[in-house]
Design a protein around this ligand. Structure first.
Ligand SMILES: C[S@@+](CC[C@H](N)C(=O)[O-])C[C@H]1O[C@@H](n2cnc3c(N)ncnc32)[C@H](O)[C@@H]1O
Length: 392
């Protein structure tokens, strides 16, 4: 790579670092705060687009490149920076529709010799393929997801909804900023608003038992006469809740580090409890470009079992008539309708309640509501609310 900082050069460094060790959401901001600080605002946004987009579309890019490499030197055998440059070039050609002369020459310009020759030759062929119209081998390669995610969501949602959701989650995430300055997706705000519905006129005690980084907990606490217990099992993440509530000037958020499966709270003490459970995150893949390559099918079953244990532990915390809201930012059946079916059997006295979530949500999905990401360009989510019996 050359010494001068360029957007494409920095994007290649990001890709190398993401492949080696880390997560895009950590690597990219760190690089932008370091050498990226020398770039213009526009170039910084371009680095993010290039790095996130290339990671998202990696399977598709690898397929485009693979056909032009010799079997003796496949993509996996090349040095990391060379592999990253090839992927970056293919991404620009196929998905950003960058004119070939710019995509190829400016990518080659940040590659050291002697690899520059190989990158130039391969990207020129990819440019020709793109110009001729790519004949993708299958939908999972075209949309750049592991087969299992395409298969699972097609089974769980139906092929049309699944493919529309997967297409939508290849678009960059939109930024939504709350009135108090906190950046939070609209879908999450709608869930928090539904938890808060009816106001807390007499003052209430509420808990978010999986609260970090504090998006919904701070929403619930802001301007409301409530005490919000914000619990998370991860101490580092719990610290972020404290930082966020301090920054927002909220004195009514009590942050604790605690396992939601065994919460250190008195039974019957809560008016409302939110179980914003850890999940496979298949509704927020646009926000986490590398997540699709990390999450495994076995994670879904493990998480579904944890979600049940969290609900089991949260329900006894409710006072009579208290409200439990379960939500996940995923779309698998096991973690949504499957959880609801289990709850109906395991906790028959918990009575389902319809929440006012807004027109984009589909009600009556099991006893809950679902928001598909393609409907309003938000995260994909599932919510179910139940009330504890009034006279326990
Ligand atoms: C979906 S996130 C919560 C998002 C948060 N409610 C918000 O609105 O910003 C799930 C959180 O659950 C936490 N978590 C995972 N297992 C947990 C457990 N057993 N008990 C409590 N928290 C847990 C994770 O650390 C993660 O921060």
């Amino acid at each position: 790579m050359t010494g001068r900082v360029s957007a494409r050069g920095l994007a290649i460094r990001a890709l190398v670092e993401i492949e080696r060790s880390g997560r895009a959401n950590i690597v990219v901001p760190k690089l932008l705060d370091g050498d990226g600080a020398l770039l213009s605002q526009r170039d910084r946004a371009f680095v993010t687009e290039l790095a996130y987009g290339t990671v998202r579309m990696q399977r598709a890019c690898d397929w485009l490149i693979g056909g032009h490499l010799s079997a003796r030197r496949p993509l996996t055998e090349l040095d990391r920076p060379v592999r990253a440059a090839l992927r970056l070039g293919a991404y620009q050609l196929a998905f950003l529709h960058t004119p070939p002369h710019a995509a190829v020459s400016e990518t080659v310009a940040v590659v050291r010799r002697p690899a520059a020759g190989l990158v130039n030759a391969v990207l020129r062929r990819v440019a020709d393929d793109v110009a001729a119209g790519v004949d993708w081998p299958d939908v999972a390669t075209r949309l750049s997801y592991p087969d299992w995610i395409v298969d699972r969501l097609s089974t769980d949602l139906g092929a049309d909804d699944a493919l529309a959701a997967l297409e939508q989650m290849n678009q960059p995430a939109r930024m939504t900023v709350r009135a108090d300055g906190y950046v939070q997706d609209e879908a999450s705000q709608q869930v928090a608003a539904a938890v808060a519905a009816g106001g807390f006129a007499g003052g209430e005690v509420i808990a978010d038992v999986c609260a970090a980084p504090g998006g919904k907990a701070t929403y619930l606490a802001s301007g409301r006469p409530a005490v919000v217990v914000a619990a998370d099992i991860d101490p580092d993440r719990a610290r972020v809740i404290v930082e966020n509530s301090t920054r927002l000037g909220l004195s009514n958020v009590a942050t604790i580090v605690a396992d939601g499966v065994a919460p250190p709270l008195r039974p019957g003490c809560l008016d409302r409890v939110l179980v914003d459970a850890p999940c496979s995150g298949l509704g927020v893949l646009r926000r986490r470009p590398d997540a699709r390559w990390r999450i495994q099918p076995s994670d879904v079953d493990r998480l579904a079992s944890l979600q049940r244990r969290l609900v089991d532990a949260a329900l006894p915390l409710l006072s009579p008539g208290g409200l439990l809201v379960y939500c996940v930012c995923t779309l698998t059946r096991a973690e949504t309708v499957g959880l609801d079916e289990w709850m109906a059997g395991a906790h028959p006295s918990a009575c389902p309640v319809a929440l006012d979530l807004g027109p984009a949500w589909e009600q009556g999905v099991g006893r809950g509501a679902r928001l598909l990401p393609q409907v309003a360009g938000t995260d994909g989510m599932f919510v179910i609310a139940v009330r504890a019996p009034a006279g326990r």
